[in-house]
Write a new protein. Structure first.
Length: 183
């Protein structure tokens, strides 16, 4: 996405990619699971080909949290946010790749946001549809550094070990120990 005129010459193709996720449904084993309505936590491995000889490909790994804000037995609408590290095959080089003003270092931070809709196809298989935004940047540790903003459309399959969510029985809250000293 050409987010500034200085990168318009690079936003001329439609990148394609693959993402593999391993996520765990929280179930109430920790107090924060219930506080945040049992989010999913996971790790994502991503590969994108930018179909542009100046940009090459990128590989990334991120950790994320996926928070459902609407859930039924067969459907779920959730928001996902994650962060991690990305590696780019091509970077800015004054002599050989001076037009790549987006990525100036091979290692970059990545941020990922996504709105996801998961609908059950069977007891354990779900169809995943989503829209998101991936951002890659080195935080201006080297320049030029406009970073890459990559809007994404997601189509995938989810394998669920447990559907619908069945939280653990809520443990009885213990009262905090209060020490009182009197003199």
């Amino acid at each position: 996405m050409a987010h500034t005129p200085a990168v318009k010459h690079l936003a001329v193709s439609h990148p394609t990619g693959v993402e593999v996720n391993l996520q765990r449904q929280t179930h109430g084993g920790e107090p924060w699971h219930a506080w945040y309505r049992y989010p999913k936590v996971g790790v994502a491995l991503m590969y994108y080909d930018y179909h542009n000889p100046r940009l090459g490909q990128s590989y990334a790994a991120s950790v994320y949290i996926n928070k459902a804000f609407w859930r039924t037995q067969r459907q779920e609408l959730s928001f996902r946010i994650g962060t991690g590290v990305g590696y780019f095959s091509k970077r800015f080089d004054q002599a050989t790749n001076h037009k790549n003003t987006i990525i100036s270092s091979r290692l970059n931070a990545t941020l990922q946001t996504r709105l996801e809709y998961d609908v059950a196809l069977s007891e354990q298989l779900g169809l995943l549809l989503g829209v998101g935004l991936n951002h890659y940047s080195n935080g201006a540790t080297t320049k030029p550094n406009f970073g890459i903003n990559l809007p994404t459309v997601v189509l995938g399959l989810n394998y669920h070990q447990q559907r619908p969510l069945r939280p653990l029985a809520t443990p009885r809250r213990q009262r905090p120990l209060i020490l009182v000293a009197t003199f």
